[in-house]
Design a protein around this ligand. Sequence first.
Ligand code: PLP
Length: 376
Amino acid sequence: MNLFDVYPLYPIEPIKANLFKLWDKDGKEYLDFYGGHAVISIGHTHPYYVKKITEQLQNIGFYSNSVLNHLQNDVAEKLGRLSGYKDYSLFLCNSGAEANENAFKVASFSNGRSKIIAFNKAFHGRTSGAVAVTDNPSIIAPYNASHRVQFLPWNDIEAVKKELTNGDICAVIIEGIQGIGGINVPDIQFLKELSILAKENGAYLILDEIQSGYGRSGKFFAHQFAGIKPDLITVAKGMGNGFPVAGVLISPSFTPKYGMLGTTFGGNHLACAASQAVLDVIEDEKLIENAAITGKYLIQQAQGLRGLKEIRGAGLMIGLEFDFPIADIRKQLLFNQSIFTGYSGSSTFRLLPPLCIGKNEVDHLISSLNKVLENK
Ligand SMILES: Cc1ncc(COP(=O)(O)O)c(C=O)c1O
């Protein structure tokens, strides 16, 4: 059987990794400034993470959600404490798209509405409702296109106000910082007004922190720069540091009902062990502070790079936009300088390294960038 061929692949196969480094099968070393799509939070194969998952597997790896599993409560307790959302509840699932689907269900069950506001350049996943609120027609199949969705311009509060006052909006979904769309940070004032307007019009505010959450922005959640409290917050990626786990943080205003949500694999013992290890390391190694400090340093050091047009982002979620297409530079960084980076559109680097990188790695990235830009 062949694999269903949906991914363009680089001819590189990492077979070993440690914190922010990867090695391919020939022993060539790479520096990871991409974190495998912002997934690696505490660092590849962090020894504490490996230990916790291994020990858990030696006891029990899985049983269904019809029996007690205190590990789920432990994750919820620690996540509530570290994120500042102690009074919210947690629903555990397996992927970012699934987290968003569940957030829509909670919102829709609660206010009986179905139409969602999303924003231009948004990415929220590839399943039915999640892809319908993703602003990329090329990945929306006719099957997904029947959802009621209104896309609005980024940071345009008047457009939001006009749409909300129709009185039929179930929820507004917005990324803490737009990731795939190009590292776009929402204005603080826009988020504040969005939060108030949604409430006034009986709509729920869903913050998709799947890419921008778990300390990546230099705060636990990126929306916390605006001091707002959304009704629902979705998390995935950094939550498991590579183990597939996701969740919805649900405000106390929602009332759960048996059967309202459910999953076979969500919140299994191994996923909880991974999630707990991630939270422990984030706290013990002060990785949120490190993301803030190292991110600031990266932004300072990147100033003056040849052809740089704009720097966007916060913490270790940084977009470097150049005034020329970067595909070739990115390839040179990977194949000649051995550094993984991400991209958005034709001219923006998307930097999403593990949260444990330091100034030495930033210096190495900047000197490598200078080298490849010299030949441009
Ligand atoms: C902001 C955001 N939301 C949702 C998703 C979907 O997550 P998953 O691929 O785990 O379904 C992603 C994935 O890139 C994302 O960046």
